[in-house]
Design a protein around this ligand. Sequence first.
Ligand SMILES: C[S@@+](CC[C@H](N)C(=O)[O-])C[C@H]1O[C@@H](n2cnc3c(N)ncnc32)[C@H](O)[C@@H]1O
Length: 325
Amino acid sequence: MRAAARYNMTDHTGNPDAEHISVMRNEVLDLFQCKPGGIYVDATVGLGGHSQGILERIQPGGLLIGIDRDRESLDKAQVRLKPFSGSYRLLHDNFKNLPLILNNLATRPVDGILLDLGVSSYQLLSSERGFSFQSDEMLDMRMDRSQQWTAADLVNNISEAELADIIYRFGEERLSRRIAAAIVQERSRAPITRCAQLADIISRAFRVRGHQGIHPATRTFQALRIAVNEELEGLEELLLEAFGFLRSGGRIVVIAFHSLEDRIVKRAFRKLAGQCVCDAPPELCTCPRQALACLLTHRPMTPSPEELAANPRARSARLRALERI
Ligand SMILES: C[S@@+](CC[C@H](N)C(=O)[O-])C[C@H]1O[C@@H](n2cnc3c(N)ncnc32)[C@H](O)[C@@H]1O
């Protein structure tokens, strides 16, 4: 039986074409304390839910700079944000280029920067871009379709050891070696091209149904997505650099959806707040202790029970925020 038939293929609302419900929207807007005339960066515009909330609050005279590497998502955001035309710039780019983008726009220092990381429900469920093990789409997973390397390229071309490493590091999957071996055995017969095909190979590698209450392919698909889109590469450096574009009192808010991402955000924020990020005993620590920012969240904020009831997809969200001194 195909994975798609065994597991729920729709989102929590039962709608296979579900769009994206912005996660922790109220918390983001409360933290930004947007005022008319403010300048904000939404580095992960997606379908524009957070951007819309910001734009509603910075009129008149405000500017929103919105970035996304997914052109289709940007097109949808463009339609949503049309009522605010003239108050925003949408750019198809990787947020890793944010310093370059802000330098080119030569704006004054900005009031806030948002990164709502990962993929949207639209990309996962409706974009037919092969992100989901619950679909039978082509195995693709590129957020930016102008990029060449797809998940199928990865799965069919890299060595078994590299595959196992990716699945272990980015999926934190303890059965990574077994899964990599199963993939390599299967691809020697025929290329792996479809999501459901890969999901079935992984499910069979588990030999038992289900794993810690989640679909057996969950962690491997996450790992491949992170690898294809190089999601963790340069994230810490980007946060440190982006911070330099904030005005004094300006804020960065980051929502992460898995522990690998959240660890990077936590580390960058601690550095900016002049806190230790090494494992050395206090007497041997040489971390710079100059505080450039103060943490607004000592522990990550999580979605409220009301939000989780309305949008269970938000369950893994971890929000961290910091303010430039
Ligand atoms: C969780 S969604 C954002 C949803 C959005 N906040 C909303 O309310 O609709 C994450 C978005 O970030 C984009 N994205 C992820 N990594 C990116 C990167 N490095 N550069 C630009 N966009 C990125 C994805 O394409 C996706 O549209």
